[in-house]
Design a protein around this ligand. Structure first.
Ligand code: ADP
Ligand code: MG
Length: 365
């Protein structure tokens, strides 16, 4: 039997910078301390046997007959990466693999990117491709575009791959330069999954994305990254109300990420928390990617001692909020959140290592 291979990639949480990635703006993210593991080995018959422990399902497909229509939706994240390897003439053969993970799925923690990144690492190890980190993230992203049909930005994949424990990852989504900003001690994060799943997430997401493109086009810039609050103010009458509010959100988020990164450098956690609340308010009013349950969780957080800041994290339209809390007060905060929205599922995490750091510190995996 060929050598079994194990790879792991964590989920991520967006700290600040909502929907800024595809607008070529700024994001602060962390990797969480949960993720997806892939275990398996190469086969010599060009067949793929993929099993998901969470779904209790197996997808079998011949490598040479691989298209997204022929395979079940859950398997498209992995098989989309296989497809990217093939399209880019990277070495890939048949394999057996089992997916298992401890992330909540569809909860805004990007189990999808963690699965894609774990797959990229798995294929590299199994078949010997050598890729730069940014190429790895890119293939994972393209797998989701082409095979799943979600035009996600690169944020999820980069933060799953390149984050560092006890740091926030600052990503410039134009230059794709990454910076690790030390996170003040004695804080932790509570990710509060509302349990709400919007049926139209993919179409809402794509709609927001095209609204942003419309705004950039109307303002005569390549992307909303190039717009400042002042510019937006002076072109107010050129934009339809909805488009203007979408732009206002992105421009405000970019400014908040820069301010938040400064606040972290100075260890000013209170200021950082305020920026998180402001971010949520802008999601609610301008980008309209919140929902009553997320608003309720953020409002409760605002009134609970020990919480520095809270906001929706990820695409929105349901999913989770991220709460920055004083270490030691997690239980009180979880009690308050649960009382305000019964059924909320809370998970405590620190800023964790991304897949690259993880692989480096667990070389036997
Ligand atoms: P999120 O990325 O926020 O968790 P998505 O809808 O983007 O939500 O991705 C979740 C989807 O990813 C699942 O519905 C499933 O198709 C796939 N997925 C993630 N983890 C697994 C897993 N362990 N087994 C099978 N499919 C998975
Ligand atoms: Mg996802």
């Amino acid at each position: 039997m060929m050598n079994p291979i194990t790879t792991y990639a964590p989920g991520r949480a967006e700290l600040l910078g909502n929907h800024t990635d595809y607008n070529e703006g700024f994001v602060l993210a962390i990797a969480v301390d949960r993720g997806t593991t892939i275990r398996g080995q190469a086969r010599d018959d060009r067949q793929i046997h993929l099993h998901s422990r969470e779904f209790g399902k197996t997808q079998v497909i011949a490598l040479d007959r691989l298209t997204s229509e022929k395979v079940e939706p859950w398997s498209r994240y992995t098989l989309g990466v296989v497809d990217q390897f093939r399209r880019n003439d990277l070495p890939v053969e048949g394999f057996d693999a089992e997916i298992s993970g401890n992330l909540p799925l569809g909860a805004g923690l990007s189990s999808s990117a963690s699965l894609e990144i774990a797959t990229v690492l798995f294929l590299m190890k199994a078949f010997g491709a050598r890729l730069e980190p940014m190429q790895m993230a890119h293939f994972a992203q393209m797998a989701e575009h082409d095979f799943v049909g979600v035009r996600c930005g690169l944020l999820d994949q980069i933060s799953s791959l390149m984050s560092k424990a006890a740091h926030a990852t600052f990503i410039d989504c134009r230059s794709f330069k990454i910076r690790h900003v030390p996170f003040p001690d004695k804080t932790s994060f509570i990710l509060a999954n509302s349990g709400v799943k919007h049926a139209l997430v993919a179409s809402e997401y794509n709609e927001r994305r095209s609204d942003c493109e419309t705004a950039a086009h109307a303002l005569g810039v390549k992307a909303l990254r190039d717009v400042t609050s002042e510019m937006l103010q002076s072109h107010k009458s050129d934009l339809a109300d909805r488009i203007r509010r979408r732009a206002l959100h992105i421009v405000g988020e970019n400014e908040r990420v820069l301010a938040g990164s400064d606040a972290l450098q100075q260890g000013d956690i209170a200021r950082f928390g305020k920026l998180m609340f402001a971010s949520h308010e802008s999601s609610r009013v301008n980008f309209e990617n919140s929902c009553p349950e997320l608003d309720q969780l953020v409002e409760t957080a605002r009134q609970t001692p020990g919480v520095y800041g809270a906001r929706l994290s990820g695409g929105g339209f349901g999913g989770a909020t991220i709460n920055l809390v004083e270490a030691g007060r997690e239980d009180e905060v979880i009690r308050a959140l649960t009382a305000s929205l019964p059924g909320v599922d809370c998970l405590v995490t620190k800023a964790a290592d991304g897949a690259l750091e993880h692989a480096a510190s667990h070389p036997t995996l």
